[in-house]
Design a protein around this ligand. Structure first.
Ligand SMILES: Cc1cc2nc3c(=O)[nH]c(=O)nc-3n(C[C@H](O)[C@H](O)[C@H](O)COP(=O)(O)OP(=O)(O)OC[C@H]3O[C@@H](n4cnc5c(N)ncnc54)[C@H](O)[C@@H]3O)c2cc1C
Length: 381
């Protein structure tokens, strides 16, 4: 295909992976981000072998591994006593899939992607541009921004998260809805973490209507703590709403003493909560020269730990689809054909896994579902 200018809305993990994958295949990208400063929130995510294959292709996997943690074991614990019920060994994951599962600070992953995109083209990123609308014709797409700017490109990719404005322009009748889950999220410096929790490292505590997980990041210097609890309603908007450790502890009052001690160790001002939202699966992702990617295409609850991983897969496959195609339409068709079933399935399975865990069942994990087998570098496009 003749070199194209590709507009990407959203400089999150999905948008930047797509930008980098396209740049490395010879395409010019312009990425527009509504935040004034392009950076990630302070929180942890797990990055599994399926996504690490994409990062290896982009030549940032090794750098990410060197600043992350990879717990050798994961403990599933009884929430009330803290006793280990069973353990999963990471060595079997490496043997089977060729990679550890990494526990990653989101900002570290985001920073590696951002630097790589900038190194390829220092003018590719445009902060302070909130997308509001687009118009397309047979030659290209014009995007309009809240600051009055306009940008023209050959194609437009909505990588603007679960509340995607691009998706709402494509499909106006459909909107995000509250999932009935509230998340508490905090980072805790190692020297504040109770010894028994330090020894456990990566552990998961399913309980009635709730789950709780903690794991070390950055070689153990910080612990990530994440609780998801069912809640009847949620009125506030946004990702980062301050919460108190007492509020978090109350929601988990029946948990083991060391878990409550960990919750109470969260530094003042360092705990955030938000209501999780998702949207129904779409019949199609693409209209003409416009498509969606990552959470904009398939927002999912965090119970399989796959939202960012699937967004990275999307980004890499989008780059490969453009490299393989003759026209923009052909590229978007290849992309959607390669990705929609997987994105939709993982979206639905994540919901199912949340229900299973919070009803006292093991459910089917990402491994049970075969999600780590996928290779975005060689999957057909
Ligand atoms: C509690 C929790 C735990 C999770 N844990 C994991 C995990 O362990 N592993 C995992 O793989 N995933 C995990 N996820 C999922 C993961 O965080 C998301 O799936 C991932 O961030 C999606 O990336 P994205 O780039 O598609 O969207 P986002 O990260 O939401 O990025 C979208 C970007 O678009 C920008 N934007 C939005 N609107 C506009 C606009 N109108 N104009 C311009 N820019 C705009 C935003 O500012 C943002 O920078 C978790 C999610 C939650 C909530």
């Amino acid at each position: 295909m003749k070199t194209k200018l590709i507009t990407i809305i959203g400089a999150g993990i999905g948008g930047l992976t797509a930008a980098l994958a396209l740049q490395r295949r010879g395409f010019k990208v312009q990425v527009f981000e509504r935040s004034k400063e392009i950076r990630e929130i302070g929180a942890g995510i797990t990055v599994s072998p399926n996504a690490r294959r994409a990062l290896r292709d982009l030549e940032i996997d090794q750098k990410l591994e060197s600043c992350s943690s990879s717990a050798q074991e994961m403990y599933i614990c009884d929430y009330a006593t803290g006793q280990v019920k069973y353990r999963n060994f990471d060595s079997s994951i490496v043997e089977k899939y060729g990679f550890h599962v990494l526990q990653v600070h989101r900002a570290d992953l985001h920073d590696l992607l951002l630097r790589a995109v900038k190194a390829n083209d220092e003018n590719a990123l445009h902060a302070g541009h909130e997308f509001v609308n687009f118009e397309q014709d047979e030659h290209g797409v014009s995007a309009a921004f809240a600051n009055g700017a306009l940008a023209r490109g050959d194609v437009l990719i909505g990588a603007d998260g679960y509340a995607s404005a691009v998706r709402s322009c494509l499909f106006p009748s459909e909107a995000p809805k509250f999932t009935g889950q509230v998340s508490f999220r905090a980072l805790i410096p190692r020297d504040l973490v109770p010894t028994s929790i330090l020894e456990r490292g990566l552990a998961y505590y399913p309980s009635p209507k709730r789950t709780l997980m903690h794991y070390p990041m950055r070689g153990g210097k910080i612990f990530n703590l994440l609780g998801n609890a069912q809640s009847a309603n949620w009125e506030e908007e946004g990702w980062s709403i301050s919460a108190t450790a007492e509020e978090f502890a109350q929601a988990y009052a029946d948990h083991a003493p060391e878990v409550l001690a960990l919750i109470r160790a969260v530094p003042a001002g360092g705990l955030f909560k938000w209501g999780l939202r998702d949207r129904e699966p779409l019949q199609t992702w693409t209209v003409g020269r416009v498509t969606v990617l990552g959470d904009a295409a398939h927002p999912m609850t965090p119970f399989l730990g796959q939202g960012a991983c699937i967004a990275m897969e999307d980004g890499l496959v989008l780059g490969r689809a453009f490299a393989a195609a003759e026209t923009v339409e052909d590229a978007l068709h290849r992309y959607e054909a390669a990705r929609k079933t997987r994105g939709t399935n993982v979206q639905i399975w994540s919901r199912e896994q949340g229900q299973a865990l919070q009803n006292g069942h093991k459910g089917r994990t990402a491994i049970d579902r075969g999600l780590y087998d996928y290779d975005p570098v060689s999957a057909p496009v």
